[in-house]
Design a protein around this ligand. Structure first.
Ligand code: AMP
Length: 181
């Protein structure tokens, strides 16, 4: 997880205690995105293992996964496919419900976005419990896609999400781990 050039990405991530609710430490990457060196370093570090991986599409999860995934797709010379919250995509979709701490949410992808055998790199800013990423992986696999890896700036290993994906034989690439929730 050490970055190749020793760049300290962690220094550019801001922690907001008790947001959005008491007890949660929100890892805010807007400060990283705003810094030209940190943004470039994060995008480079997320994508470099996949330069020669034969990826066909980058898939990003709304909304921070769009910012990172768009930049990564551009750098890799690939197209970008969005996974969006329910009701945002205009054509036929397939959807997946996933568990939030309280209640259920749904994400969707266009039914015709991925063809059988397409190799996909999945991007989001952070993996916590892994519920969002798991639902996204289900959508990609149901569409016939093959998930090459899932890549995140931040992992919260105490919440078990990265391990959950690894147990499903998904490669997980993450840049920094934070202890706790
Ligand atoms: P999960 O489904 O539990 O892995 O949660 C991952 C999604 O929720 C990602 O899209 C994150 O942007 C967001 N998220 C969850 N926990 C945090 C946190 N502590 N700080 C910032 N974003 C979070």
């Amino acid at each position: 997880m050490d970055l190749r050039n020793g760049f300290d990405i962690r220094r550019h991530i801001r922690t907001i205690p008790d947001y959005p609710k008491p007890g949660i430490k929100f890892r805010d990457i807007t400060t990283l995105l705003a810094n030209k060196h940190a943004f470039r370093a994060a995008v480079d570090e997320l994508m470099w293992p996949f330069l020669s991986a034969g990826v066909d599409y980058v898939v990003g999860i709304e909304a921070r996964g769009f910012i990172l995934g768009g930049a990564i797709a551009h750098e890799l010379g690939l197209g970008f496919l969005p996974i969006r919250k329910k009701g945002k995509l205009p054509r036929k979709v397939i959807g997946k419900d996933y568990q939030l701490e309280y209640g259920v949410d749904t994400i969707e992808i266009h039914a015709d976005a991925i063809s059988k055998g397409d190799k996909i790199l999945l991007i989001d800013d952070l993996i916590a419990t892994g519920g969002t990423a798991e639902a996204a992986i289900d959508l990609i696999q149901e569409s016939g896609g093959d998930v090459v890896a899932a890549a995140f700036i931040v992992s919260l290993p105490d919440l078990g999400g990265a391990q959950k994906l690894i147990d499903k034989n998904i490669k997980v690439h993450r840049l920094v781990d934070y202890d706790g929730e």
